[in-house]
Design a protein around this ligand. Structure first.
Ligand code: PRP
Length: 185
C-alpha cells in the first residue's frame, strides 16, 4: 500500500483547529489541576498537542499514561483488552481526563475507567479525538470528542495500521472494511 491509496481524511489544520476547540471546551468544564491519563500507544500524539492547547487556555494539567492493547497487527479489535502498563502513584480524589485517540468498540475506555474507579479517583471525564460509533460493543460516555467517522479504517496522528503510520501528522483512510485484510488474531 502506498500513500496514494490512503486519502487524507483530516489534515493538519483541521486537527489543530479541533484540538484547540476541544481544549477550550475542556478548560470551561474541568478544573485547572486536571490529571490527564492518556491511553498508549495511540494517544501519544493527541495528548502532546492537547496538553499544549490546554496550557494556552490557562490549565496546568499533570500527565500520566496507561498502556492498553486490544488490537493485534490487523485492523479490527481483538475484543479483549490487556493492561501493559499502569498509572503510577496515588490518584485518589483527582479529577481525571482519560484521553484516547479513537473509540471503536468502547472496550479500552471502559476498561480504563473501571481500573481508575478502583483507585477511588474523583470525577472521571473522557475525551477522544475520533469516535467511531458503528462498531461500539459497550456503551461508553464520551464527554469530549473531536470527530465522528463512519465504518472506516484510519491511520496517522498516533493511530497505527499494523504498527505503521503513527508518525503521519494527519489522518488518512487506510481502507474500508470490504477491502481490509483479515485480522490475524
Ligand atoms: C486502539 C486505540 C484505542 C483502542 C480503541 O488501541 O488506540 O485505544 O484501540 O478500540 P476499542 O474502542 O475497540 O477498545 P490499540 O489497542 O490498538 O493499541 P495502541 O494504542 O497501542 O495502538
Amino acid at each position: 500500500m502506498t500513500m496514494a491509496d490512503m486519502p487524507v481524511l483530516f489534515d493538519e489544520a483541521a486537527i489543530a483547529q479541533r484540538v484547540d476547540e476541544l481544549a477550550a471546551d475542556i478548560a470551561r468544564r474541568l478544573p485547572k489541576d486536571l490529571l490527564i491519563v492518556g491511553l498508549l500507544k495511540g494517544s501519544f500524539v493527541f495528548v502532546a498537542d492537547l496538553v499544549r492547547a490546554l496550557h494556552r487556555r490557562g490549565l496546568a494539567p499533570q500527565v500520566e499514561f496507561m498502556r492498553l492493547s486490544s488490537y493485534g497487527l490487523g485492523t479490527t479489535s481483538g475484543g479483549e483488552v490487556h493492561l501493559l502498563g499502569d498509572v503510577p502513584g496515588d490518584v485518589s480524589g483527582r479529577a481525571v481526563l482519560l484521553v484516547d485517540d479513537i473509540v471503536d468498540t468502547g472496550q479500552s475506555l471502559t476498561y480504563a475507567m473501571a481500573l481508575l474507579d478502583q483507585r477511588e479517583v474523583g470525577r472521571i471525564s473522557t475525551c477522544a479525538l475520533i469516535d467511531k460509533p458503528s462498531r461500539r460493543r459497550v456503551t461508553v460516555r464520551l464527554d469530549f470528542k473531536g470527530f465522528t467517522i463512519g465504518d472506516l479504517f484510519i491511520a496517522g496522528y498516533g493511530i497505527d495500521y499494523a504498527e505503521r503510520y503513527r508518525e503521519l501528522p494527519f489522518i488518512v483512510t487506510v481502507s474500508t472494511p470490504a477491502t481490509a485484510p483479515d485480522k490475524e488474531a
